[in-house]
Design a protein around this ligand. Sequence first.
Ligand SMILES: Cc1ncc(COP(=O)(O)O)c(C=O)c1O
Length: 393
Amino acid sequence: MKMEEVFKSYEDYVIPSYTKLPLIFVKGKGSYLWDVQGKKYLDFFPGFGAGNLGHCHTKVLSAVRDQIAKLVFVPNTYYNVPQAKLAKELNYWAKNDFKAFFCNSGAEANEAAIKLSRKFGQGRFEMITFENSFHGRTMAALSATGQTKYQQGFSPLVEGFKVVKFNDLNAVKSGITEDTVAVMLELVQGEGGINIANKDFILDLRKLCNEKKLLLIIDEVQTGVGRTGKMFAWQNYGIVPDIFTLAKSLAGGLPIGVMMARKDIADLLTPGTHASTFGGGPVISKAALAVLTAVADEKLLSKANKAGEYLLAELSKLQEKYPLIKDVRGLGLMCGLELDREGRPIVEACIKLGLLINCTHGSVLRIMPALGVSKKEIDKAVTILDKVLKEVK
Ligand SMILES: Cc1ncc(COP(=O)(O)O)c(C=O)c1O
């Protein structure tokens, strides 16, 4: 198919629910992507957060090849070995007593968390969520999301979500009623503009949830699997959540979602109460196991921390040079550069020079390279950004 034919086919046959860039990619390796014309790009936002290992990681490829030749799929009414191993391995990384529910996406994992909370609540059903949060596009996850722009046109929303100010314990306290059952949040809001939760706020929130018998749910869909320098972002905060959700990077670019729930509440989802046909299938589970092995073998957590420190320092130097950068912030390798203007033209200019980054929340450049990114690759990306910012009027 010629490029024009691809665009035309999308125009004619694909529902236009995405804002698209005119790029057609055909190959990926590590931090790089190649488009259909053979142009090479440095990808500093791989897979919209699903590329923590970079593109086409060899361990994931061989795990998938190996499993796909043996058994592609069995439903969850039977047992499969990779899922058993993956649940155990995730629990090992969480260093606590969790059980897993497997599904296919972040929104689905959050739906599972919402359903489990309602079971736990025995009539209490309200959840507190936060301004600028993002929890997914399915109806309950969308209703939990604290950004009205995603909800317009989809009323009535699912009832029972109260959105309060982020990082504000008093706001949480005043949102609690006798019907409240849980508090759900991202520790670094991704779609909301790389907003980092304060440590004191999280420690106090954990205490408050204990006092009021509320579940603390951490949405790790974007922050999980090493992105913030720990396997799970909550491990930066010295707390343990009651539930956390994973997706995006866990299976190296293949679709997965997981809800991890404290063992004593997990069993409330008794047989027949929740399900997902493809959740935790053998191929996906094997891919996720390979991802976890790669994170350990390749010391990706400490690499992400070091690379994150270096990247943030280099971005701060740009801030000194260019007053249009209002703030530079990040945790691990989840970095944001807040501008005093729309970020999309800058993203487009970077693309022309072969660098892929993202803009979220209108004016925040989101930069989240693969965890194993090299210093040389960071230097290259920062040089391109520097060139682009120099040209901005
Ligand atoms: C924090 C967070 N939660 C949930 C989701 C939804 O995940 P999915 O698109 O896999 O449904 C996203 C997606 O960007 C996310 O960033």
